[in-house]
Design a protein around this ligand. Structure first.
Ligand code: NAD
Ligand code: DAU
Length: 356
């Protein structure tokens, strides 16, 4: 692979695939994409890159140190963008072990091999190198209704096995900068939505259930608040943080679009009423179910540092981004059929069987 390549981990997942597609379109530079292809990884999301020599896909685990070492030796990337993770809070409640394994131990293995690779680079290349760690706003815990939004100074208070495992990886990344001087940048982002999101997450689950006239399971009272960001805005923010972020710093990324879950579900229903009027009103499918254990009440991001220091701000408004998302799922039912495998149906039975 030609010079200037970056190594992306988890590039067959929701945000990673959007990032790889956007990176190659915007930068034209090669990507080595290391992904284990868990249930959440899907090469169909990268179908547009078939035959494109700028994309080299490698099926493998970030915890496989020999594999990571050989990829670093072979491709000499100028940066690593680390998306790979177990990412679903509900799954972390049913089975936390995979979260500790990939998010903590896997990130540790990746950091160790990165440190070994980076240490032997000539000093000018060491200075230019970046390890960009993609993390989440969930590490900050839960806000009350009138609390100010999370800043980069908000103390960590993770509440789920998922957010605890991400917090652990953030701390490891921080320590590799402070102890070894590795040029790391960490981003903590709010809830993403958009094309290619696996339908275990709120917005695609609601779209697909509504299309099948199945109940729309809203946890608890539906008043939990999330701060929604269109996925291409997140991908752009990661590109900006990679290009201009200061080593050792963390940057919060958010959409400035706080919504209660019930408002999000109603908005999905309203768009479907327009696009699929035969089944209107879709709201009649809303069903309040048992709450998620330990459910964080509210997340909100203050993205002032990204705006003031790096000049980034989200482009997409929530209403137009949601419409684009619903339309994308309606136009891409083949992709949906590809991911709605037996394993996916097992998950739906496990998580919702007892809640309905
Ligand atoms: P996802 O679950 O859709 O994709 C994760 C990808 O990582 C999959 O392709 C999977 O196969 C791969 N993977 C998992 N374990 C692996 C391993 N051991 N080795 C190599 N690959 C592995 O996740 P996503 O929603 O795209 O999230 C990507 C990253 O962004 C995660 O680190 C997540 O914590 C973070 N994040 C997500 C959101 C969101 O709203 N989705 C918001 C903020 C931050
Ligand atoms: O905040 C960033 C995080 O956003 C990321 O770090 C995670 O990887 C990502 O999964 C997401 O976490 P959430 O738990 O917020 O996302 P999820 O789509 O699972 O749920 C969004 C909200 O909707 C949450 O309050 C729970 C609720 N919900 C979710 C599902 C799946 C429901 O009410 N019903 C559901 O069926």
């Amino acid at each position: 692979m030609s010079a200037g390549a970056i190594l992306v981990t988890g590039g067959a997942g929701f945000i990673g695939a959007n990032f790889v597609l956007a990176w190659i379109a915007a930068e034209g530079a090669p990507v080595v994409n290391l992904d284990k292809l868990t249930y959440a990884g899907n090469l169909d999301s990268l179908a547009r890159l078939k035959g494109d020599t700028r994309h080299r896909f490698v099926k493998g685990d970030i915890g496989d140190r020999a594999l990571v070492a050989s990829l670093l030796r072979e491709h000499k990337p100028r940066a690593i963008v680390h998306f790979a993770a177990e990412s679903h809070v509900d799954r972390s409640i049913h089975g936390p072990a995979d979260f500790v394994q990939t998010n903590v131990m896997g990130s540790f293995a990746l950091l160790e091999e990165t440190r070994a690779y980076w240490s032997q680079l000539p000093s000018a290349e060491q200075d230019r190198f970046r390890f960009l760690h993609v993390s989440t706003d969930e590490v900050y815990g839960s806000l009350g209704p009138r609390d100010p939004a999370f800043t980069e100074e908000t103390p960590y208070a993770p509440n789920s096995p998922y957010s605890a495992s991400k917090a652990a990886s953030d701390h490891l990344v921080r320590s590799y900068h402070h102890t070894y001087g590795l040029p790391t940048v960490t981003t903590n982002c709010s809830n993403n939505y958009g094309p290619y999101q696996f339908p275990e997450k709120l917005i695609p689950l609601m779209i697909l259930n509504a299309l099948q006239r199945k109940p729309l399971p809203v946890y608890g009272d539906g008043r939990n608040v999330r701060d929604w960001l269109f996925v291409s805005d997140h991908c752009e923010a990661v590109r900006v943080a990679l290009a201009r972020g200061r080593p050792g710093e963390t940057y919060n990324i958010g959409g400035n679009a706080e919504k209660t879950n019930i408002d999000v579900v109603r908005a999905v229903c309203a768009i479907l009423d327009e696009l699929r009027p035969d089944a209107a009103p879709h709201e009649k499918l809303i069903s309040y179910v048992q709450d998620r254990p330990g459910h964080d009440r509210r997340y909100a991001i203050d993205a002032g540092k990204m705006r003031n220091e790096l000049g980034w701000a989200p482009r997409e408004r929530f209403d137009s981004g949601l419409r684009r998302t619903v339309e994308w799922y309606l136009d891409n039912m083949k992709w949906v059929d590809g991911v709605a495998s037996g394993e996916y149906r097992n998950w739906i039975d496990l998580n919702y069987g007892k809640r309905a």
